[in-house]
Design a protein around this ligand. Structure first.
Ligand code: SAH
Length: 235
């Protein structure tokens, strides 16, 4: 790379530098998380691994949890929500297969971590959070990190986001008893939807594919534990 090109690409990275690259004391812990908890457990997707290497998970958890931010465990983020275990984030992101031309809908913004990972793979991420305070703080974290292709909305995920539908990819990070029909309706043909489905005691990770003829096919991808997707009062 020529000197000018390098200077230019550094300039492009500058808005994301805060906490992402510059003075990142957590980099070694994050590298350990990716190599030990993701790569050695079978996560092979290079784009997903790269995104997770670049995403400062410690900035998405409450300050008193930062030391544990790169352990392979879910962590409480307040308001009854949890940031998922890194391995599960990676697994769901691999299943989703979001690419640079994809419009993604996420239900359950929580801390914004999953949205930040997806923002590096997709064209745009629309993400909905029921808890207003979480929606506000996630939007702020994502803005600080320079993820301008993520839009956070406080609202009920059961309704989806019809103004931006159809979505090529939909991911739920809270578990509904069944995949909501409205979300299936907002999925593009050829699209993929990944969700934990079930009740508090028994959830399964499900991949739903909408085929070219509009029919759907579901595949089960293992047992998981997520916070339940809460029904809104009125629908
Ligand atoms: N993806 C998040 C983790 C989300 S935890 C992250 O990376 O941090 C699940 C989130 O779903 C919680 O924040 C919870 O408030 C939210 N949630 C639950 N029911 C919802 C609903 N009906 N609509 C939108 N969000 C919902």
């Amino acid at each position: 790379m020529s000197r000018t090109r390098r200077a230019f690409s550094n300039l492009l990275l500058a808005p994301m530098a805060t906490g992402l690259i510059a003075d990142d004391s957590m980099a070694a812990k994050r590298e350990h998380m990716v190599s030990v908890h993701l790569e050695s457990r079978g996560i092979r997707d290079a784009a997903v691994l790269r995104a997770m290497r670049r995403t400062p998970r410690h900035l998405f958890v409450p300050e008193d949890m930062r030391k544990q931010a790169y352990d392979d465990t879910p962590l409480p983020i307040g308001h009854g929500a949890t940031i998922s275990q890194p391995y599960i984030v990676a697994l769901m992101t691999v299943l989703l297969q979001a690419g640079p031309r994809d419009n993604v809908l996420e239900i359950g913004t929580g801390s914004g971590y999953q949205a930040a990972v997806l923002a590096q793979l997709a064209q745009h991420v629309y993400t909905i959070e029921l808890e207003p305070e979480l929606a506000r703080s996630a939007a702020e974290t994502l803005r600080t990190l320079g993820h301008s292709n993520v839009t956070v909305r406080h609202g009920d995920g059961y309704l989806g986001w019809p103004e931006h539908a159809p979505f090529h990819r939909i991911i739920l990070t809270a578990a509904p008893p069944q995949i909501p029909t409205r979300l299936i309706d907002q999925l593009a043909r050829g699209g993929r939807l990944v969700a934990p489905v079930g009740d508090a005691a028994d959830q399964e990770l499900v991949l739903l594919e909408k085929l070219a003829d509009g029919k759907t096919r579901t595949t089960q991808a293992g047992a998981v534990i997520f916070v339940p997707m809460r029904p809104a009062l009125k629908r």
